[in-house]
Design a protein around this ligand. Structure first.
Ligand code: GLP
Length: 265
């Protein structure tokens, strides 16, 4: 794992943006895995800026989002499809038919989940997956005690997650109870993982995920078994990492070309 600690979320987003840029310049038809929540917003702002100012080309890109609420149509203001349109897709030149978000209105949810997995396989897998981190250690919507080998499936949201996400809805009663989410196993098959976490509220859980034992109670801890994962955190989220001085030293000794994501750690 490579832990990159930066002063602010915007600094983390700039590094993440360079990694996406390096990937797209090397592979124009790259497959990007995308996340929702407030954490990836600075990255999406950076990608939109790079599209506008640096001509970053998304025309060959395919995207897969991690998850979606069950019961919300794509045009619902709180659906993850709507979020992605607003935050990213409407502002870059990705082809709409190449953007994938699970269908929260699917009648046959199992078939929808299997089709999602097949669609990922059909394009050769995900090159780079962006991740946030839930306060309870979830990645995507893989709540505590999710199987670390799980695939795309229906999950029941915990009360904690529904409370955390209630800020996007009129009231907690409006937050759906179920979702479709890529599994931990699906995420582990992505070739590169880029997990962002910002703010003091994520400090404890990031320390558990990165430096604690691998356990289903903290699904993000499964990332310790991945061979190509970068954790981008601001100072506040890094504040409880025991080895943070070491992580800083490793990053500051890297040559510029490596920091720009052109070579793996
Ligand atoms: C939701 C999403 C996750 C995200 C998490 C954290 O539960 N399904 O993918 O990582 O929220 O949200 P935030 O980034 O707003 O803290």
């Amino acid at each position: 794992m490579e832990i990159i600690i930066q002063p602010t979320p915007e600094d983390c987003a700039r590094i993440g943006g360079k990694m996406v840029d390096a990937l797209l310049r090397q592979k124009a038809n790259a497959v990007l895995g995308l996340a929702t929540g407030s954490t990836p917003v600075p990255l999406y702002q950076e990608l939109v800026r790079m599209r506008r100012e640096d001509d970053l080309d998304f025309s060959g890109v395919t995207t897969f989002n991690l998850d979606e609420y069950i019961g919300l149509p794509g045009d619902h203001p709180c659906s993850y499809r709507h979020f992605m349109q607003q935050q990213l897709f409407n502002h870059i030149n990705v082809r709409p038919e190449r953007t994938h978000v699970p269908n929260g209105l699917a009648v046959d949810i199992k078939a929808e989940c299997n089709a999602y997995e097949s669609a990922i396989q059909a394009v050769g897998g995900i090159d780079l997956q962006v991740l946030g981190l839930g306060a309870d250690g979830h990645i995507a919507f893989n709540e505590p005690v999710s199987s670390l080998g799980s695939r795309t499936r229906i999950k029941t949201l915990t009360q904690k997650t529904r409370e955390d996400n209630a800020r996007f809805f009129d009231s907690i009663d409006d937050v759906p109870r179920h979702c479709i989410t890529m599994g931990v196993g699906t995420i582990m098959e992505c070739r590169k993982l880029l997990l962002f976490a910002f703010g003091e509220s994520k400090a404890e859980v990031i320390a558990e995920a990165v430096e604690g034992p691998i356990r289903a109670m903290v699904p993000a801890s499964a990332l310790q078994l991945h061979q190509n994962v970068k954790i981008l955190v601001d100072e506040a989220a890094a504040s409880k990492l025991q080895q943070r001085d070491y992580y800083k030293e490793v990053f500051s000794n890297k040559p510029d070309w490596q920091r720009a994501g052109r070579e793996e750690h």
